[in-house]
Each structure stands twice: as structure tokens, then as C-alpha cells.
Design a protein around this ligand. Structure first.
Ligand SMILES: Nc1ncnc2c1ncn2[C@@H]1O[C@H](COP(=O)(O)OP(=O)(O)OP(=O)(O)O)[C@@H](O)[C@H]1O
Length: 449
């Protein structure tokens, strides 16, 4: 944390400053209000130790000015025994705690520990709140599909390390959801999970969003900002759609990944970052490198652990379970007694391409629950694009090869069975044969490296 110590006693400033630095924090020292306000004006601090009894200044007035200048700062008062009542008044006005003089480094350590714990709790509450308001069906990290099982296995294993993870896969396959889960399972789980959406901003704004900027760095930069790398300190920085990161910013990201260093826009000071990076893209990064739109060195740096999430059409064994979970969720949320899907809908789901993947599945089912009037979701509750999937083009007697007929039969049985074992039993083959046949049908699609 960045910590400001305001005390008119040079000895206390120095010894406390050294102790706090040894605890791993960055320290700023000020003998009085003017210097203190200048320091936080230049760059916000996380915590401010403030002497109640400054010579020629009223500690309570200064507390108010500091809180006004930087609303998020956590003030802690230093107080002589005789001034305890003033310190109590300071707490009434928003100070976090007070420490009676003379104090030991251990007392400072305890207060800082308490502040860090509260900050982490606040972050966790914010995270949970955003999950609740998202109103989403429960996230499902199970799979009966080998490609997805392997992808999950690699991500969960890598999550325990500090390694950069690159998630690949079409839109809606769950890359962001999985990145959040990797953060939750990692050593940095108590830190923040901060998302940067690479394509959403201009190059200049994106650079400043990532690294922060100082006042006057560019037109419109009216104040200082700290940036998302700083916000993710001790946590995870999730770079969504990394394939669209402008070329000019790529060397800066490479430096962050390699040296753990960065600079704010318009400031030469080198800062260090302790963040875990997870990146995702639906683009073919190797093709982007060949086309000269993505730096090769950055690609190799990102590509340490590379996981490809299969599209939903490559996960027929998971489709029914995911669809059922979404149905339960939206049915309960809307107070509707929808128990399942009609056989035509099950078939249409199995035949549909799902270009929007899990996101589309969730949206289609939410819409269907809103429209449904019976106990089952019917074809009429699905959007237009499903109408051509209702009846199978491949039927017994159709002018197709035996292999096409077999593939279609396997697809449908797997889509409606509760597990691959049960599907194999219905088909009258052993699970290993079913596995091989499905690998062949998928043509190696959706493998994770
Ligand atoms: N494991 C999962 N279980 C259930 N639903 C999921 C899961 N993963 C994703 N979803 C659903 O799919 C939606 C899209 O997921 P997510 O945003 O992670 O996809 P994405 O691959 O990052 O997409 P994009 O590339 O468009 O950003 C989620 O909001 C959620 O509704």
C-alpha cells in the first residue's frame, strides 16, 4: 500500500517511515498539512497516519481536508495520551482507528493488517454483489466431453501457479467465466479481479486505462489516474480480446509481463507490478502474428499455458445438462413451472450450430421460459433460426451414407442421454468405442494444448 505519515516530529516520521517501509509498503512523509495535501494531490495514498496534535494546525481540520482531497483514503490518528478524546472525535468523523503515543512498530503492523483485511473483504463483497446482480444461472465446471475436461484440468492446474494463461475460443464459450474461476482458485484470490476490454477504447485511452496517467499527459487528462494494472495489484488482470490490443501498446504489455514494470502515461517514473495476467481471445493469434498485427515476442510470452475452449456444438454431451440448469434457474426466477423440453426441442438443440455458444444457450432458454405457456418448452418458444433444425434431414431411408446415418444417430442419442455411459449402453457399444467415434466425428475439434 502507499502510506502517508503526517507528523511534525521528524524523529517519529523517520522511524515510523522506516518501519512501514520494512513491512513492504511505499511511504510518503509530511511534517504538516500543506505537504500532505500536495502529496495526495500528486498521487493518491491508501492510508494516512495523522498526528492529532500538529504544531500550529488543528488535526481534526486537517483530517477533514485530507478526506475531501481524497475520499477513499483510510486515516489513522496518532495521539498523545492526553488527547484521546480528540482521537475519539476523529473516529466519529471517519478516522479508521487511533494509536496512542508512544507506539511500537507492531502496533502499526496490526492496524495495517486490519486495514488490508477490511479492503479484501470489501473487494469480495463487491465481487459477490456483481455476481448476484448479474442474475445468471449457476456456473457449471463439469463436462463429459474430453476436450472440455482437458481444458478445465489445465486451467485449474495452472491457476495454482503465477503463470500467464491464454484462453482461446469463440465468443460465448466461457473464457471470462473461466478466467474468474482461475483467479478464485489462485494464490492471488484475495486480490481484485480486474477486467480490461481491449477493443472498447481508443489506443490512447486504453493505454491510460491500463497504466494510468498524470494530469496533462494528453488532452482531457485533467487529473491523475492510477490505472487497472495498479487496481489489480496483488490480484489478477484479465485482458479480454487481447487479439485486438493495438500494436503500439503491445511492447508495454510485454514489458509488464517480462519485467513486471510499467510507467503511467506522461510520467517517467518506473513502477513495479505484482499482478497475475490472464488473457483471452477469439482470434487466431498465430494468424495475427503472420499478418503483422500482433508481436511475435508478445505472443510467445502469452502462450505459456494455452487453453482452447471447445464451441458448444462440440460439447453435445454437456448440452442437456447446461440447458436443464438454465431452465431451472429461469423457471424459478419467473415463477413458472416449466419441467423440461419437448422431444423436438431436444432434437433441435442437438442439431443447431450454437454460434453464440453458452451465452446464446442461456439467452435462448431465458426467452423460451418467458414465452412458454405449458409445462414443456415447445418449438414455438424458440427463435426463428431453430425452425430448420426441428426435423432431421438425415433419416432412415434418406439418400445418405451409412456413416452419415450413424453419426446423426450417435449425436441424437448423446444429446438426450444423461451420461456418455448411458448413451453407449443405448447404442449397444462400449464407452471407449463411443469415445473414439465421437473423436472422429469432431475431427479433432476443440482440443486443449
Ligand atoms: N461454465 C459455465 N457454466 C454455465 N454458463 C456459462 C459457463 N461459462 C459461460 N457461461 C454462460 O455464457 C456467458 C458468456 O460467458 P463468457 O463471457 O465467459 O464467454 P466469453 O468466451 O468470454 O465470451 P466473449 O469472447 O464474447 O467475451 C456467461 O455469461 C454465462 O451465462
Amino acid at each position: 500500500m502507499r502510506i502517508l505519515i503526517v507528523d511534525d516530529d521528524a524523529g517519529i516520521r523517520k522511524t515510523t517511515g522506516m518501519a512501514v517501509e520494512l513491512m513492504g509498503h511505499q511511504v510518503e512523509l509530511a511534517p504538516g498539512g500543506a505537504r500532505a495535501l500536495k502529496i495526495i494531490g500528486e498521487e493518491p495514498c491508501d492510508v494516512c497516519f495523522l498526528d492529532v496534535n500538529l504544531v500550529g494546525e488543528n488535526g481534526l481540520d486537517l483530517l477533514e481536508k485530507i478526506q475531501k482531497a481524497q475520499p477513499g483514503i483510510v486515516p489513522v490518528m496518532f495521539t498523545a495520551y492526553a488527547n484521546i478524546s480528540t482521537a475519539v472525535e476523529a473516529m466519529r468523523r471517519g478516522a479508521f482507528d487511533f494509536i496512542p503515543k508512544p507506539f511500537t512498530p507492531d502496533q502499526i503492523r496490526q492496524v495495517l493488517g486490519k486495514i488490508e483485511r477490511e479492503r479484501k473483504l470489501e473487494q469480495r463483497v463487491r465481487q459477490l454483489e456483481s455476481q448476484l446482480t448479474a442474475g445468471a444461472p449457476e456456473i457449471d465446471f463439469e463436462s463429459t466431453e474430453p476436450a472440455m475436461q482437458r481444458a478445465l484440468q489445465i486451467v485449474f492446474k495452472a491457476a495454482e501457479t503465477q503463470a500467464t494463461i491464454l484462453l482461446l475460443g469463440p465468443s460465448g464459450t466461457g473464457k471470462s467465466v473461466l478466467a474468474r474461476e482461475a483467479h478464485r482458485r489462485g494464490a492471488q484470490r484475495d486480490g481484485a479481479f480486474v477486467t480490461v476490454n481491449c477493443p472498447s477504447l481508443s489506443r490512447e485511452l486504453l493505454e491510460s486505462e491500463l497504466f494510468g496517467h498524470v494530469r496533462g499527459a494528453f488532452t482531457g487528462a485533467v487529473g491523475d489516474t492510477t490505472g487497472k494494472v495498479a487496481a489489480a495489484e496483488g490480484g489478477t488482470l484479465f485482458l479480454d480480446e487481447i487479439g485486438e490490443l493495438p500494436l503500439e501498446i503491445q511492447p508495454k504489455l510485454l514489458r509488464l509481463l517480462q519485467e513486471r514494470e510499467y510507467e503511467r502515461v506522461g510520467e517517467p517514473k518506473v513502477r513495479r507490478a505484482n499482478v497475475r495476467v490472464i488473457a483471452a481471445t477469439n482470434r487466431d493469434l498465430e494468424a495475427e502474428v503472420k499478418a503483422g498485427r500482433f508481436r511475435e515476442d508478445l505472443f510467445y510470452r502469452l502462450n505459456v499455458i494455452n487453453v482452447a475452449l471447445p464451441p458448444l456444438r462440440g460439447r453435445p454431451g454437456d448440452l442437456t445438462r447446461l440447458a436443464d440448469a438454465a431452465l431451472q434457474f429461469f423457471g424459478a426466477g419467473m415463477g413458472k413451472r416449466v419441467k423440461g423440453f419437448s422431444p423436438e426441442v431436444v432434437e433441435a438443440f442437438a442439431r443447431y450450430e450454437w454460434p453464440g455458444n453458452l451465452r446464446e444457450l442461456r439467452n435462448v432458454i431465458e426467452r423460451a421460459v418467458i414465452l412458454s405457456s405449458g409445462e414443456e418448452i415447445a418449438m414455438a418458444d424458440l427463435p426463428e433460426q431453430f425452425s430448420s433444425c426441428g426435423g432431421s434431414a438425415v433419416q432412415v431411408g434418406s439418400p445418405v451414407t451409412i456413416e452419415q446415418l450413424e453419426n446423426e444417430h450417435i449425436r441424437r442419442i448423446v444429446a438426450s442421454a444423461k451420461s456418455l455411459e448411458l448413451a453407449a449402453r443405448t447404442l449397444g457399444i462400449d464407452p471407449a468405442t463411443l469415445y473414439r467415434k465421437r473423436q472422429k466425428m469432431a475431427g479433432g475439434q476443440g482440443s486443449a494444448e
